[in-house]
Design a protein around this ligand. Structure first.
Ligand SMILES: Nc1ncnc2c1ncn2[C@@H]1O[C@H](COP(=O)(O)OP(=O)(O)OP(=O)(O)O)[C@@H](O)[C@H]1O
Ligand SMILES: [Mg+2]
Length: 255
């Protein structure tokens, strides 16, 4: 696995929270690998207002990366990242605060996708928060070029119908690549198989509704025994294992 992109189709189903949950679970489920969360939501970062609200250095983030010369290198990407844990096994590349900053980023996204291959070779996988599909400055690079795309969805009708349309749109975008999968935040009484059928996807990766852990992730408090044993963290570990099985490494990795 190298690049996983998460997007949504309607409302705020939990894309940023799910991306953070995967990021925290990643090195636990894949010992020896590190992970970089790329905050690519063109509508404005969901992390800067939550997880990263204490502030990020001026030299960090996608805008700092885009201000430099292209193509970006893996070293530059890591240099613009912020460590989420003491060991630096989880990092985030902070996004934009204002949607007007999204448009000039298109060529940088393409370059960053290229750098992601080098990052993978040095043991760092990439999880991208793409935000909602259909934004006029949507970073389509990630939707077309990621190894795996997950459409984040809740099991209610208001969420499933637009997500099914997004899945159809992604099928055209990803010809010859692994079809989009569903990332289910809250089954709302349906089975994953029912949701998968309604969405037209073969694979449904189930997270779980867990308000305490969702709030802890948003507040940056993703530590301690309660977090480690929480339903969302456990589900996220299982999802990372499924992702690894669905889109295995193209490079040989020493674990
Ligand atoms: N697994 C979950 N269990 C419980 N609540 C959740 C879960 N995931 C997200 N939430 C809650 O849902 C709300 C929206 O979450 P989040 O910001 O992650 O959504 P989003 O899809 O990224 O939204 P946006 O489109 O605004 O970026 C938040 O209040 C968050 O705490
Ligand atoms: Mg978000």
């Amino acid at each position: 696995m190298s690049v996983v992109a998460l997007c949504s189709a309607h409302g705020a189903p939990g894309t940023t929270t799910s991306a953070l949950a995967l990021c925290w679970a990643w090195p636990v489920a894949r010992p020896g690998r590190r992970v970089l969360l790329v905050d690519a939501d063109p509508a404005g970062s969901g992390l800067l207002t939550g997880y990263l609200s204490p502030g990020v250095p001026d030299a960090a983030g996608v805008s700092a990366l885009a201000a430099g010369r292209l193509p970006v290198t893996a070293e530059q990407v890591v240099g613009c990242g912020v460590a989420l844990d003491g060991a630096g096994t989880r990092m985030v590349l902070p996004g934009i605060a204002d949607p007007v900053q999204a448009r000039p980023l298109a060529s940088m996204w393409q370059s960053l996708l290229g750098a992601a291959r080098d990052l993978s070779d040095s043991g760092i996988d990439v999880v991208v928060d793409v935000g909602r599909v259909g934004h006029r400055a949507e970073p389509r690079t990630w939707l077309a070029g990621a190894d795996l795309v997950g459409v984040v969805v809740r099991g209610d009708l208001a969420s499933v119908a637009p997500a099914a349309a997004a899945v159809r749109g992604l099928a055209a975008e990803r010809t010859g690549r692994l079809a989009a999968v569903a990332v289910l935040v809250d089954a709302a009484g349906y089975s994953p198989a029912q949701i998968g059928e309604a969405l037209g996807v073969t694979h449904v990766l189930s997270l779980t509704r867990d308000p305490w852990t969702a709030r802890a992730l948003a507040a940056g408090g993703a530590t301690g025994w309660r977090f480690e044993r929480s339903p969302l963290h456990r589900a996220a570990r299982a999802v990372v294992e499924r992702i690894d099985a669905l889109a295995p490494d193209r490079t040989v990795v020493t674990r």
